[in-house]
Design a protein around this ligand. Structure first.
Ligand code: TRP
Length: 327
């Protein structure tokens, strides 16, 4: 039995990097596994700052899940904070992990750099909450980006550690890091990943950007020196743009390179912008429809939280019983 679990933090808008690097993979996987659960991980969204309009963001992300093709016949979607078991299991797992192992987490080290004593305990503890998300539902496989692999490994370590003491409690999850999944970089800095919380909106193409804005952002995207339109290690900017082109058009990079032999960056960028617009249009239309009926969306999420309740409660009850918590 294969069950996948994954989630995105509602810290802001979604962009092409989220789609090509995560959501598109979820859409495929949901038809290949027995069960899939996709979460809007709102409690993870408050570790660094409390995003404005958090509640609104949560609904937006859920609406995008559906607009992009998460199929409620196949998958469950819900909001993390609507299931109290996450925080409860996280507390218990806290007591099974060490300061040392959390202090070694790359994401923590990066985000706390230069401000170690003033970052929140929540930022430090973030991977434990993520482990709770995964272990609570007995996920066998966790599709994530390369940057989250270490966190899934921690979830594995905790599951194994707990099982060593209290046998057979947790399913030990595997990360799914699909090499074919595109790691989309920032338009204004191909050395970094596309990121919504980055300073400039020229970093990303949001899923709800208008055609004009998309044209403007792509025309301003950083390029490499020279003029060749090829994906190569010494051409990180063009590699990234070709990767995006391939992702939104479904065409392979080689054939795109062949199309643009002898053409300039300007022609390429124009074609890319139109391809992105074409790709996003139907999803944007669907998104608008879904977000227009917030009551219906809230009901989908409430039903989703209810539908995962039995799994979450069963795991948590077993954990508490084995440790001896409660009477
Ligand atoms: N930490 C993940 C990220 O930033 C989001 C996340 C939270 C997650 N809980 C999860 C992903 C559980 C997979 C499974 O991308």
């Amino acid at each position: 039995m294969k069950r996948i679990f994954s989630g995105i933090k509602p810290t802001g808008i979604l962009h092409l990097g989220n789609y090509l690097g995560a959501i598109s993979q979820w859409i495929d996987l949901q038809y290949k596994v027995d069960e899939s659960i996709f979460c809007v991980v709102d409690m993870h969204a408050i570790t660094v700052e409390r995003p404005e309009k958090l509640s609104e963001n949560i609904l937006n992300i859920a609406a995008w899940y559906l607009a992009c093709g998460i199929d409620l016949e196949k998958s469950k979607i819900f909001v993390q904070s609507m299931r109290p078991e996450h925080a409860e299991l996280a507390w218990i797992l806290n007591c099974f992990s060490t300061m040392g192992e959390l202090g070694r987490m790359t994401q923590y080290k990066e985000k706390s750099e230069g401000k170690k004593d003033s970052v929140s305990v929540g930022l430090f503890d973030y991977p434990i909450l993520m482990a709770a998300d995964i272990l609570l539902y007995g996920a066998t496989d966790v599709p994530v980006g390369e940057d989250q692999k270490q966190h899934v490994e921690l979830a594995r370590d905790l599951a194994i550690r707990f099982n060593n003491q209290y046998s057979g409690t947790f399913i030990v999850p595997e990360p799914i890091i699909d090499a074919s999944v595109r790691r989309i970089k920032a338009l204004d800095n191909p050395a970094k990943k596309m990121e919504k919380s980055a300073g400039s909106e020229y970093n990303y193409v949001a899923l709800d950007d208008s055609p004009e804005l998309i044209r403007k952002k792509i025309s301003r995207a950083v390029t490499d020196s020279g003029s060749e339109i090829v994906a190569r290690e010494d051409k990180p900017a063009m590699t990234n743009l070709l990767n995006i082109f391939s992702g939104v058009s479904g065409r392979d990079i080689k054939s795109l390179e062949a199309d643009f032999v002898g053409k300039g960056y300007g022609d390429f960028k124009k074609a890319l912008a139109e391809e992105i617009i074409l790709f996003l249009e139907p999803k944007q239309a669907k998104y608008k429809e879904i977000i227009a009926d917030k009551d219906k969306l809230r009901k989908i999420l409430t039903d989703g939280a209810k539908s995962v309740e039995p799994i979450a409660q069963k795991t948590l009850a077993e954990v508490k019983k084995k440790i001896g918590l409660g009477i």
